[in-house]
Design a protein around this ligand. Structure first.
Ligand code: ADP
Length: 628
């Protein structure tokens, strides 16, 4: 006995471990349950390693013992033990692993604290691992015996303060047993029920059985580690519901299994609905991240680009370090490779859905089309994969949605560009004078009526080598269409009169227009407003008006249809010099109509008194006609 005690060694922890212990023990009360995940993860590693060792090494203690993890509780004594039949540790390994060695997780963790992070916010993001047991323990006794038959058992004891002791121990079996003496305020963990819940939540897919008492608490087989051909639709659906608590089945499952360039086992889902209520808000965005079947983070946002944040699912990669931190994620090569693979796969699946189940794709578009547009708007490069996913209403198809492929397919030979019109609503754009010419010549125009569309157009330059062209472009070039017996010349306002009419418009509108000129495109509408400058910035004007309070849309050019009856009558009135006030208010009203159609009218209600005057004049006029 005396020789035993003389063998006891006391040692102090390395500085950073001491600091870490201090912080863990004193400042961390939330998320304490993760200590169990960490201990199970270590046990699972130890079991993995013995499994590997057994492939090549015959000289192993207890070769036939079950590879398993046991969690046992003593509710009275407020203790629990987590034991495994893994690789175990000898004297030197104990010191090295649990005492002195610089722990990279500890260092990173401390660095983050220095940078002002709160421990509770970041604890889950580091493999601070073993030491997290001190968030619930007053004292921990690790009794372990290495798999090497010549080594004997040792106990490591610590109260999580400055030091630990090592004592030889009687341990017959290979493996590690961790006795946790719970703090008074952590007695909740001395409950079989509670421990089962924690195992299911955090370690359900560990591949070794985890016994809590005499019952296995974890599921073990990870669905995502199975080959996709072996998983039934029903299993995906159940898994989705468990993951998201959505009561509807997902619209799409994506199961990705690949070994190169990185190991990825992933199941992703696209939900049916964008808005799934409260449950979704509580969960937050991001994928569940596993490494070697151990849950690393419940909502990991960096495995997919921001715009794919509606995708749900899990990713497991052996190549990811367990102690990856949020800050190092962005620069982590493996994370980037995983992101690339997952993104490519999601987009590919969407294209397949588009081809194979067009109705489902339209459902997708109606719920999540917004995110695809955002993807284009936020990625100056590499939006090619996204463009073919877009859907539009068009002049030829106001009811059903059209893809750019369909649009390009039905372009007449002479048409070189993809035309679009921006506006606030389908109602407004479909009545726009800009469309006169396009309608007459059966040229299809895309309706862009979502505020996001202006942003999107910043990055959308061409599709299948066809440039995009806003129909209000001042120098728009139109395809050579057969010169049908042009407008009948006698219906056009005569040259000098038209000159006077233009002068009058300029006088009345002044600074509010950049120029007034004849239009060569209008047929059914009397006039239109075109942008003074072309270029993608102007597609943003509409959006800027919504978000910047003082933003003023640059003044536009007014174009007049010389053959329109209204214009002819106006020219007649101007020449006769009659009813000047009516001429001026007609010009005002025409201009404001255009602002309204463009979605640029600051206060449409202001037009009401003028319209009333017009109505009165019209009624008087018809009265006069009747009495004649
Ligand atoms: P990490 O697991 O992230 O390396 P930990 O602090 O959790 O960090 O553990 C430190 C080391 O202690 C492990 O790398 C492992 O070598 C050893 N260890 C911990 N638990 C066990 C165990 N149950 N069996 C064998 N070795 C263990």
């Amino acid at each position: 006995m005396a020789s035993e005690t003389s063998k006891q060694e006391s040692m102090t922890f390395r500085t950073e471990v001491r600091q870490l212990l201090n912080i863990l023990a004193n400042s961390l009360y939330t998320d304490r349950e993760i200590f169990l995940r960490e201990l199970i993860s270590n046990a699972s590693d130890a079991l993995n390693r013995i499994q590997f060792e057994m492939l090549t090494n015959r000289d192993i203690l207890d070769p036939d013992v079950e590879l398993a993890i046991h969690i046992d509780v003593d509710e009275e004594a407020k203790t629990l033990t987590i034991s495994d039949t893994g690789i175990g540790m000898n004297h030197d390994e104990l010191i090295e692993n649990l005492g002195t060695i610089a722990h990279s997780g500890a260092k990173d963790f401390l660095q983050q604290l220095e940078d002002g992070q709160r421990p509770a916010d970041i604890i889950g993001q580091f493999g601070v691992g073993f030491y997290s047991v001190f968030t619930v323990a007053d004292e921990v006794v690790v009794t372990t015996r290495s798999y090497r038959p010549a080594d004997t058992g040792w106990s490591w004891v610590s109260k999580g303060e400055n030091d630990f002791t090592l004592t030889p121990a009687e341990k017959a079996e290979r493996g590690t047993e961790i006795l946790v003496k719970l703090k008074d305020d952590a007695s909740e963990f001395a409950s079989t029920w509670r421990l089962e819940q924690i195992v299911k939540k955090h370690s359900n897919y560990v591949s070794f059985p985890i016994y809590v008492g005499d019952k296995v608490a974890n599921q073990q087989t990870a669905l995502w580690r199975k080959s996709p051909s072996q998983v039934e639709d029903k299993e995906y659906e159940d898994f989705y519901r468990q993951l998201t608590l959505d009561f509807e089945a997902p619209l799409l499952n994506i199961h990705l299994v690949t070994d190169a360039p990185v190991d990825i086992r992933s199941i992703l889902f696209i939900p049916k609905k964008r808005d799934r209520g409260l449950l979704q808000q509580q969960g937050g965005e991001g994928l569940r991240l596993y490494s070697k079947k151990v849950l690393i983070q419940e909502h990991f946002k960096d495995l997919l680009p921001e715009y794919l944040r509606f995708v749900e699912g899990i990713v497991d990669s052996q190549d990811l370090p367990l102690n990856i931190s949020r800050e190092t994620v962005q620069s982590n090569r493996i994370v980037r490779q995983i992101q690339k693979a997952l993104t490519g796969r999601v987009l590919k699946s969407l294209r397949e859905l588009m081809d194979e189940k067009p109705e489902d794709y339209i459902m997708f578009w109606q719920e999540f089309g917004y995110f695809i547009k955002e993807g284009i708007a936020t990625n100056p490069f590499g939006q090619d994969d996204l463009t073919s996913l877009l859907r539009f209403q068009t002049t030829n198809s106001e009811e059903s949605l059209v893809s750019l492929d369909e649009y390009v397919e039905r372009m007449p030979e002479s048409q070189a560009k993809i035309y679009y019109i921006l506006g606030d609503s389908l109602n407004a754009v479909s009545r726009s004078p800009h469309l006169d010419y396009f309608r007459d010549h059966n040229l299809e125009v895309l309706y862009l009526v979502d505020p996001l569309d202006g942003f999107m157009m910043q990055n959308l330059r061409e599709y299948q080598e066809k440039a995009f062209q806003n129909v209000d472009d001042p120098d728009i070039e139109l395809p050579e269409v057969e010169k049908e017996a042009e407008e009948k010349p006698e219906t056009r306002v005569e040259e000098t009169d038209f000159g006077h009419l233009i002068m009058r418009f300029k006088d009345v509108l002044g600074e509010r227009v950049k120029d007034v000129r004849e239009s060569h495109l209008l047929t059914d509408s009397p006039c239109r407003l075109v942008s003074a400058e072309s270029g993608p910035e102007r597609d943003l004007q509409r959006v800027r008006r919504l978000i910047e309070k003082d933003y003023e849309v640059p003044v536009k050019i007014l174009e007049i249809n010389r053959g329109h009856p209204l214009v002819r009558n106006l020219a007649y009135l101007i020449r006769s010099g009659a009813n000047g006030p009516l001429v001026d208010s007609t010009i005002e009203q025409l201009f404001e109509n255009l602002l309204l159609l463009e979605g640029l009218h600051p206060n449409p209600a202001k037009m009401v008194p003028r319209i009333q005057t017009f109505l009165e004049a019209a009624l008087q006029h018809s009265e006069a006609e009747e009495t004649e």
